[in-house]
Design a protein around this ligand. Structure first.
Ligand code: NAD
Length: 296
């Protein structure tokens, strides 16, 4: 049996991630505010507790997977009063860079090691233990955390100092939001010009227009059978989550003085698309926005 790991936030992502730690032989103690999440986790072999205090007792590693920065700072403020110095705290949530750095500072004040380690790969990757972890924090923390993360993912990338994991995540997702919008509007222009989806795909996916948004996740049904477009745009990666990441990128751009006009435009487009009632659809459904606007 490996060391005791505590997992806080056993939702859509945290639940299956904690279950993979159990499969890898970790003794996992878990806590979530939601009884439904606790019940699901208990079925996957996680020892669940009704309080944070009990869940982290005796843990040498504590992992959090929570909705946003305020939840992470709230939980980490409590955590540092509960765990012993030397405990490794890992946050896998997607949060703003500033909150991530504040969380690292809380840990350092208590003599704990810490990592920000957001993921890509979604619920499918969480279940299959194929997530990519983008990790920020000191070398010593990374060396201790890597074997733990390896039980939940297949690529673990050390991106740099505290906050660098979150920085990498929002930069990557800003590229994704912008390219998906670009690919969507190109397909709708093609439709207006009488070009078939397959013809545009055959050209662009092998020419200078190629990118993940067209080659792997094509936003129209047909050319890439595994893309959500073939499954009525069921996520996948929901529009609401893409919007969250694009807004985090905009906050970071404002705070750091970076110029990101395309990221700003993408945030606005996904914001409008969500307002129109598409927040629960896969983000590639943005192609419908251009079609609907063009028809107006
Ligand atoms: P979720 O809402 O399913 O799970 C979050 C869980 O945290 C819930 O079960 C909630 O009850 C619990 N929680 C909230 N506050 C708490 C507290 N103070 N103490 C204990 N538990 C608390 O969300 P999710 O889809 O699992 O996403 C978690 C994080 O992962 C988010 O930051 C999200 O942006 C990121 N993420 C999600 C996906 C995805 O596809 N769902 C992909 C990549 C990254």
């Amino acid at each position: 049996m490996k060391s005791v790991t505590a997992f806080v936030g056993l939702g859509n992502m945290g639940g299956p991630m904690a279950a993979n730690l159990v499969k890898a032989g970790h003794a996992v103690r878990g806590f979530d505010l939601s009884e439904a999440s606790r019940d699901m986790a208990a079925k996957a072999g996680i020892q669940v507790f009704a309080t944070l205090d009990e869940a982290v007792s005796g843990a040498s590693v504590v992992i959090t997977m929570l909705p946003a920065g305020r939840h992470v700072l709230g939980v980490w403020s409590e955590l540092v009063a509960l765990v012993s110095p030397g405990t490794l705290l890992i946050d896998c949530s997607t949060i703003d860079v500033d909150s991530a750095r504040k969380a690292h500072a809380l840990a350092a004040d208590k003599g704990c090691l810490s990592l920000d380690a957001p993921v890509s790969g979604g619920i499918g990757g969480a279940a299959a233990a194929t997530l990519t972890f983008m990790v920020g924090g000191p070398d010593e923390s990374f060396a201790r955390g890597k074997p733990v993360l390896e039980a939940m993912g297949k690529r673990i990338v050390h991106c740099g100092a505290a906050g660098s994991g979150q920085a990498a995540k929002i930069c990557n997702n800003m590229i994704l939001g912008v390219t998906m919008a670009a690919v969507g509007e190109a397909f709708v222009l093609g439709e207006k010009l009488g070009l078939s989806h397959q013809a545009l795909f055959d050209v662009a996916s092998t020419s200078s227009g190629q990118c993940w948004s067209i080659n792997t996740y094509c936003p129209v049904p047909g050319p890439v059978p595994t893309s959500p477009a073939n499954n009525d745009y069921k996520p996948g990666f929901a529009t609401a989550l893409m919007l969250k990441d694009l807004r985090l990128a905009q906050e970071a751009a404002l705070a750091s003085g970076a110029t990101t006009p395309l990221g700003a435009q993408a945030a606005q487009l996904y914001g409008l698309f969500e307002k129109l009632g598409h927040g629960g659809e896969d983000f590639s459904a943005i192609v419908k926005f251009f079609r609907e606007q063009g028809a107006a």
